[in-house]
Write a new protein. Sequence first.
Length: 255
Amino acid sequence: MENLTKKIHVPDILVALSDKMSTLNAPLYIVGGYVRNTLLGTDPLDIDICAKLTIDELLPILNQLNIKVAYSNTKMGTLKLRYNNLSFEYATLRYEDYKKMGARTPHMVQFVDDIKIDAMRRDFTINALYYDIKNEKIIDNVGGLKDLEEKLLVEVEHDTLDYDATRLLRMIKYATLYNLSIEDDTFLHAKNNLPLLNELSKDTLETALCDIMSIVCDKNKKHLGKIIDELSIDTVEFKTEFLPLINDFLNYIQI
């Protein structure tokens, strides 16, 4: 485990929430894109927060601070929160298990109190960095800080890309958007798993492809083209209903 003492900007309401949760021995962490982008020096995205408290344990504290719940998923332990003009997503630390490849949704979720376990369900190491709000430090259990410094995209575990095919497309998006190289084993694993895209719904595939196309520009188009070419997406046997989406995508980026 590697820790980096670094103060990053945290909204006052989250500092207040962290203080209250600390009295219950439940550190509050910011995790994912907000931490990653802060370290990269790019605009931070929406804030994802997590802790060991379950929804039922957290709700009284949210009420004390007048933080509103916009949506909840009890099974997954997630909440969409609103405070004035700010929004956050909260997740109880959890372990996930999947029955089959491409399932996307875990068949078993177990709430835990260890961020080391929670980190293993994340997609890539650079997205598994946790910022301890109370102690103002970044906690890295998977080598994400080193990978970020080396501008390398690495899956958290060897089966990270087996269970959610949208992660394959997010890999392409992150590598393109942040000019990252994809680690060799991660790339090979992704290439072998491309047929799992057929497990997605048409709407999900279209949304993910459009998400990639929305970040394409002259600066990154060549890098994206190289990734797509080496993945050999055009050789994958897709469902007939998916072919127009795939062809439009490939034509858009002019592969």
